[in-house]
Ligand binder design. Structure first.
Ligand SMILES: NC(=O)c1ccc[n+]([C@@H]2O[C@H](COP(=O)([O-])OP(=O)(O)OC[C@H]3O[C@@H](n4cnc5c(N)ncnc54)[C@H](OP(=O)(O)O)[C@@H]3O)[C@@H](O)[C@H]2O)c1
Length: 333
């Protein structure tokens, strides 16, 4: 049977473009024992994939030129030669960006979509939600009355991180890239204050106005100038969860020096970088809490769902210009 897939056509230098991706038609092999034929349904595009486009060693393997891109996908079982899965089951796994694929059943987990939208497993109840939980609960450790700042606040991770801080009784300030996103953060997600970094003349001064007592914890998704502005406002003994540095992912040269370190020193700040896949022993706990908060109505979520398998590169590239509110997902079927 024939399918369509995206491969990495070339490695980007700086900002990636559609030319770094290529669509191909291939023929799939017949199913063997313990294999299933899948049809991709919802496909996640994530900022960490930018790092995988480089030919560098990291915590996750690089994509290979002329080989399929892969990532988190929710798919329907079309045909099964596995005892584990039946036709029409819905599964999640790390799968190729392909309309159809043949997979070993061992690499898949069945998901329940009877009460939970399938794409939640790519966002709030997937890797981004768990990342927000670990970074906020373990590293930021917000307590009642504290002030917490979240950058990339209107994205997949940031939305959840901010709401967890609020659930813990903190006052939450979100930094995001449009007035529309800032309004959403306040109106729907309970952020106390917001800063649109694209129109702010000084993040440092704008933040000082809304955090007169200083920032007790900072969940950093973006790095760069935004983080410098937050660092200048840190309170004594603040905590920083260093989750992402999206403002730096397409840089061809990293800025010299480390401008936040003097603040870390003089304010006795604890700064911890973390990669969610190091916390697999905490995933069950994180998912239990996230599900409970969702069911109680204390945690809300949103997605930007782009229709059409062929839009995968555009959706991915859109992450770097803020095209998404909440989780960016492509609906392939
Ligand atoms: N440590 C981990 O294990 C882990 C796990 C998952 C994600 N992450 C990291 O967490 C961060 C957020 O990931 P996500 O999946 O939730 O993505 P996301 O926030 O849903 O999407 C990316 C957002 O980043 C913002 N952005 C893009 N370029 C920017 C720039 N130059 N300066 C400031 N903001 C910029 C855009 O929003 P605006 O409109 O606000 O600019 C965009 O919507 C990323 O850095 C990602 O790599 C880390």
């Amino acid at each position: 049977m024939e399918t369509t897939q995206f491969v990495l056509a070339s490695r980007p230098y700086g900002m990636p473009s559609a030319a770094n991706f290529r669509v191909e038609k291939i023929n799939l092999e017949e199913l063997k024992d313990n294999e299933v034929l899948l049809k991709s349904w919802y496909i996640s595009v994530d900022p960490y994939m930018r790092g995988r486009m480089n030919d560098t060693r990291s915590y996750v393997e690089a994509f290979q030129v002329n080989q399929p891109i892969n990532g988190s996908i929710v798919a329907k079982v079309i045909e099964s030669r596995s005892n584990k899965f039946h036709k029409d089951d819905v599964v999640a796994g790390t799968l190729p960006w392909s309309v159809y694929s043949v997979q070993n059943a061992e690499n898949l987990r069945k998901i329940d979509v009877s009460k939970i939208p399938p794409y939640y497993y790519l966002g709030i109840l997937g890797m981004p939600g768990i990342t927000a939980y670990i970074g906020m609960i373990d590293i930021c450790k917000p307590s009642k009355g504290e002030t917490v700042v979240v950058s990339g606040a209107a994205g997949a991770v940031g939305l959840v991180a901010g709401q967890i801080a609020k659930i813990r009784g903190a006052r939450v300030i979100g930094i995001a890239g449009s007035d529309e996103k800032c309004k959403l953060l306040k109106d729907k997600f309970g952020f106390a204050e917001t800063i649109n970094y694209k129109i702010s003349k000084s993040i440092r001064k704008d933040l000082a106005k809304v955090c007169p007592e200083g920032v007790n914890a900072y969940f950093d998704n973006v790095g760069g100038e935004i983080t410098e502005g937050v660092a200048a406002n840190l309170a004594f003994h603040a905590r920083i969860a260093l989750c992402g540095q999206i403002s730096q992912y397409n840089n061809t040269k990293l800025p010299a020096g480390n401008l936040i370190m003097s603040w870390i020193l003089t304010k006795s700040v604890t700064l911890q970088g973390f990669i969610v896949r190091s916390y697999t022993d905490r995933f069950d706990e994180a998912l239990t809490c996230l599900t409970q908060w969702l069911n109680e109505g204390n945690l809300k979520y949103t997605e930007t769902i782009i229709d059409g398998f062929e839009k995968l590169p555009d959706a991915f590239l859109g992450l770097f210009s803020g095209k998404n509110q909440g989780k960016m997902i492509v609906e392939a079927d």
